[in-house]
Design a protein around this ligand. Structure first.
Ligand code: AMP
Ligand code: GLY
Length: 423
């Protein structure tokens, strides 16, 4: 098979690494990819949202499957673009339809979906600018802190959690007046939930499903979960509190109703469902849906899958997932993100990265990197993910921390407390 993978981050590096191991794969292309995917696949200089060029590339290179890494092409409808074009209709796209991608693309859509299908989530109401007074009243009914969410995609920045009512009202008004552009023309206000979060990944062919290893990511830049949010500073899998009792509740109350809900609503969905969950005293609630794999969660989840991953993806495409095996590794995997100093604020790029050859006992997944004159340079805030296995979480962490030291670039930073809150 010839596979085209869309995206350029650590998630795509991990997916490419795994896809390439399959003996089903003849050629793997990554668009646009990074310096890491260049080593294992063929990078293609195309944007993941340039659908006409992707079509042409797919035809010219006899692509048999398109795997979509990030949310943006999905929310923009790449699945439907392929489905509706007779020339490429037969090339399966792993990812939901445009309507299905609304589970991530619109928080209001996701909340309505959960309400309609009785899926546990925080109490909420949605408002636009003409309803400002009603929105203020709803805020007054809630207890602090107040959770304000831009309805649309806002590059992970669209959620504000505010202690003070007056400040929440002021921020709400600014959001509705366009703080996040069109994304915040509608704002979801919801009840604050207190608990510990985890990420559950489900692969579905629209009918049956497989639950992938559960992970926890660490979003804040600072140790002890302090400071601004990032794309994710590290991840651990499995997650101690997501035990069999918890996961049974997740499956019965969330996963099955989600898959059944998609069917009832006639939403075409063949791809990954990422459930951002919170355990409120042992009871799982949905914080958010995403329609893709998480980053950096993929860098721990994928290495824990022992089965042939391409067979699973073919099972999705052919709606035959239930007859496809999923076997997982029983070890722990952890990943530590090495980021550029200053991230998630301003940071510099084009710093040379060295030390790769000194590492033999971790998987090194590139995120924001590029190749220039034979050198690997930093090209983003999150630069390298160092993933390690261990019989325990701490054993895996010790290996990743040791190797995080060996990779060098100017102003490298990483959190040294990943996994601190898990048993
Ligand atoms: P989201 O983009 O919806 O995942 O929100 C970003 C982060 O805000 C989540 O990962 C949570 O840490 C936090 N968050 C979102 N909604 C709530 C809520 N209702 N209660 C508590 N924390 C929340
Ligand atoms: N790590 C969270 C995300 O990918 O959205």
């Amino acid at each position: 098979m010839n596979i085209l993978l869309l995206g350029s981050g650590g998630r795509e590096s991990a997916l490419a690494w795994k896809i390439k191991q399959s003996d089903k794969v003849a050629n793997l292309y990554v668009a646009p990819g990074n310096a890491g995917t260049h080593e294992i696949a063929t990078n293609v200089n195309l944007s993941a949202t340039d659908f006409p060029s992707i079509k042409q590339f797919a035809l010219d290179n006899k692509i048999d499957m398109v795997v979509v890494g990030p949310e943006e092409p999905l929310v923009r409808g790449i699945y439907d673009f392929f489905q509706n074009d007779p020339d490429i209709k037969n090339i399966p796209v792993i990812g939901p339809s445009k309507e299905g991608a609304q589970l991530e693309g619109s928080k209001d859509f996701a909340k309505q979906f959960m309400q309609r299908h009785n899926i546990p989530t925080a109490r909420y109401k949605s408002f636009s600018l003409p309803q400002l007074d009603e929105a203020y009243k709803f805020l007054e009914e809630l207890q602090p802190p107040y959770v304000l969410k831009a309805d649309g995609l806002a590059a992970g920045k669209g959620v504000l959690i505010i202690e003070d009512l007056k400040e929440a009202k002021a921020e709400l008004k600014e959001m509705l007046q366009g703080m996040f552009g069109d994304a915040s023309k509608t704002v979801v206000i919801e009840e604050f939930l207190s608990g510990i979060e985890c990420s559950v990944f489900v692969l579905t062919d629209g009918d049956s499903y497989k639950i992938l290893p559960v992970a926890k990511d660490y979003k804040r830049i600072g140790e002890g979960d302090t400071g601004p949010n990032t794309g994710g500073m590290g991840a651990v899998s499995p997650v101690s509190f997501a035990d069999d009792v918890f996961m049974k509740k997740v499956e019965e109350r969330i996963i099955i109703p989600t898959i059944e809900g998609l069917k009832q609503d006639k939403i075409d969905y063949k791809g990954f469902i990422f459930l951002g969950l919170i355990s409120v005293q042992g009871e799982p609630m949905v914080i958010e849906y995403n329609v893709r794999m998480g980053d950096p969660e993929t860098e721990v989840v994928i290495p824990l899958i022992k089965s042939d991953f391409v067979s699973l993806l073919v099972g999705v495409a052919n709606q035959n997932l239930k007859n496809t095996d999923l076997e997982n590794d029983d070890r722990f995997a952890v990943t530590i993100m090495l980021v550029a100093g200053g991230y998630p604020g301003d940071y510099e790029k084009n710093k040379e990265i060295t030390g790769f050859d000194n590492i033999s006992d971790s998987l090194v997944f590139h995120a924001g990197t590029k190749l220039s004159d034979g050198k690997v340079l930093t090209n983003g805030g999150r630069v390298i993910a160092v993933t390690s296995y261990g019989k325990t979480k701490d054993e895996a962490l010790a290996i990743s921390f040791k190797n995080a030291e060996k990779i060098e670039f100017d102003k490298k930073y990483y959190r040294k407390d990943i996994g601190f809150d898990l048993k």
